[in-house]
Design a protein. Structure first.
Length: 240
């Protein structure tokens, strides 16, 4: 058996030795490698393909440049349109309620990434209201609680309430209640709790004041818990 195995191995080695030169010869006898004209034709094809790729790359670069120019023109035109739109807002008299179209414009700016313009519009809106804390309080509460504006202009309501706070006058319970709600709706739970407690200390002893305080405290305690089925806004405003 051992002799048979050795004989088989010997035969295999002889076979491999006989076929190896044939493989080497066949691999080195590629007609293209021996034919200069074939090599030249291959190089010509490669050069033609390279030129085609270069032309396509140049065309793509030109299209990209044209697209960039159109984008710059569109951005410039948008800026000009926004400037014109802002100029259309007539400055209201101090004794008139500011136009809600200004708030709608502010909301659009904010939603579409024009943060600087949005901030300027909000400042303009708050400025048109004036410094009367009673007027600021009424308008902020209206924005937060009226069905038409509820949930749309909470940030504007907070800006009005904070201007009311900066008026330098002592705020009564109702004004502090408004400020607390504005802070709550804008995510400042700690500020809402502290302000609502102060509102109660200053005479806001009605059931609504205490109920809203419980809502704020519960929201603060469960800030990291899943949202309840009934929104905190609805509960705070007595709709839940």
């Amino acid at each position: 058996m051992i002799a048979d195995a050795m004989s088989i191995k010997a035969l295999l080695l002889v076979s491999l030795a006989a076929t190896a030169p044939l493989c080497l010869v066949s691999s080195t006898q590629d007609p293209a490698s021996r034919d200069p004209e074939a090599l030249s034709r291959r190089l010509d094809r490669l050069n033609a393909e390279l030129e085609l790729l270069q032309e396509r790359a140049a065309a793509a670069a030109a299209r990209a440049e044209a697209a960039e120019a159109r984008a710059e023109a569109a951005e410039r035109q948008l800026g000009e349109c926004l400037d014109l739109l802002e100029g259309c807002h007539v400055r209201e008299r101090r004794n008139c309620t500011p136009s809600r179209s200004l708030l709608t414009h502010w909301q659009w700016m904010q939603r579409n990434g024009h943060a600087e313009r949005a901030a300027g519009l909000l400042d303009r809106y708050v400025t048109t209201v004036g410094d009367d804390p009673h007027r600021l309080n009424a308008l902020a509460w209206e924005l937060m609680t009226e069905e038409e504006t509820m949930g749309r202009f909470d940030a504007a309501a907070l800006a009005l309430a904070e201007r009311m706070q900066r008026s330098g006058r002592t705020l009564g319970a109702a004004m502090l209640d408004t400020l607390a709600l504005a802070r709550f709706l804008n995510g400042d739970l700690e500020g809402a709790v502290e302000t609502q407690r102060e509102a109660i200390e200053r005479g806001g002893d009605g059931d609504e004041y205490r109920r809203r305080l419980r809502v704020y405290e519960a929201a603060q305690a469960a800030a990291t818990a899943p949202r309840p089925a009934v929104s905190a806004r609805a509960v705070a405003l007595g709709d839940g």
